[in-house]
Design a protein around this ligand. Sequence first.
Ligand SMILES: Nc1ncnc2c1ncn2[C@@H]1O[C@H](COP(=O)(O)OP(=O)(O)O)[C@@H](O)[C@H]1O
Ligand SMILES: O=P(O)(O)OC[C@H](O)CO
Length: 494
Amino acid sequence: MTKYIISLDQGTTSSRSVIINHRGEIVDINQKEIKQYYPKNGWVEEDPLEIYESQIYTLKSCLIKNNILPDQIYSVGITNQRETTILWNKKTGKPVYNAIVWQCKRSSNICDELRNSGYADMIHKITGLILDPYFSATKIKWILDNIDGVRDEAEEGNILFGTVDTWLLWMLTDGQSHYTDVSNASRTMLFNINTKKWDDDLLDILDIPRTILPEIKPTAYHFGNISNSIFEGSIPIHCLIGDQQSALFGQLCTDIGDIKNTYGTGCFTLMNTGEKPVFSNNGLLTTVAWEYDNRCYYAIEGSVFVGGAVIQWIRDELGIIKNASESNTLAKSVQDNNGVIFISTFQGVGTPYWCSNVKAQISGLSRSTKKAHIVRAALESIAFRTMEVINTMELDSEIKISSLKVDGGACRNDFLMEFQSGISNVDIVRPTNTESTALGAAYMAGLYSKFWKDIYELKHLKKTDRTFKPSMDSKTREKRVNEWSKAIKKAIGD
Ligand SMILES: Nc1ncnc2c1ncn2[C@@H]1O[C@H](COP(=O)(O)OP(=O)(O)O)[C@@H](O)[C@H]1O
Ligand SMILES: O=P(O)(O)OC[C@H](O)CO
């Protein structure tokens, strides 16, 4: 009987189930979009039940479509949008509030208070993170402080917290497992990156009861089995991993200095720094990459909050394209951006500036501006922000970056890849299989369960689709980078 690894990839905009065979090939993917709610300016929420149900729906329908029986599932890995915060009542199993999504800025005031009380440096030293509403800690505090009765229930031990990995695991195991892994824990701003434990000082400062937190485990571990009420048989869950760390592993960036950028809703560049955390003074985050086989690896990470999401906005709100891939054809239909600069900072700006109150801007519009110029400028903005992250990484790691592995939905856009290569003067390496996030969790689960022998076996399975070589001359590059730098600094009021 043929066996498969299943990767459950719960992303910001959709849930995917991916079936992977022993050759590391994707047999099939099923995907379902999930709804985002924007109840106030800067607020972003999702429905935790929709997150779970969409995930189960894609899994069941994918198995049925491919005539795969539960017995054929060797192991399951879960990878997820990170930081997104869910609190639920452990007796009823019901969420006490919507999931507060990583993009949500509602806890900016809590961050300001912490900053004004002088905690920013301490938080950076303990967690490797920059004090920002992006991370889970202040979102948890917001729910405890603002939703009636939740703090009292938490103090009575009836409330559980989880990022999306923990929530899915708890639901899939029928409330048996309340765990997270080190990669997800390192995104909460409650995890001490040096001791690899929840940090009691931070819990005190934020007034968060320890009882709501999941137990922290390595990335590869036997987290429990999918409940018989969902699937008959005993399907083991062998991996939980944050989606960006998963993409790093899926690209097999397993050596120091290996680097990837994922062009999804946001863009996240991660560089493997080996078995010790490297701290940045220039706005990069220090994060756990994964813990596997008793070895913990770290990464530095640059965050761009709006990546492919700008194309989604152009599609859904401006309505000037019907689908994301049309942006490639339109951008290529014009010679240049005709002076249009799109600062796509709808959700604040991350690395290297870290400023949560910036608005997005389109400048340089004239009577000759065509919709193609706006679309082209939007794609350029994704590449310019990624360029800023790459420059910061070179500064902090003292490693010259000459090649970047890419993945995620928007890396299928050839214009974007060509422009990225030109503006950053790097080779862009796009794999045949761009679902690196799903692959990472599958590889991890497959190594743990001995479906694959080791990383070397996996390295033989990888294929490159295309390498984009820089074709922009240095004079143009310098001019374009200067224009961009002036525009973004103006936007953030520097
Ligand atoms: N061909 C394309 N060109 C530009 N952007 C694209 C393209 N295809 C998808 N995208 C963008 O990529 C994002 C989806 O990528 P995905 O990796 O699925 O995201 P996530 O995991 O964050 O939900 C969307 O924001 C979409 O607008
Ligand atoms: O869902 P993605 O792929 O945009 O990833 C979101 C990140 O995990 C946020 O930190």
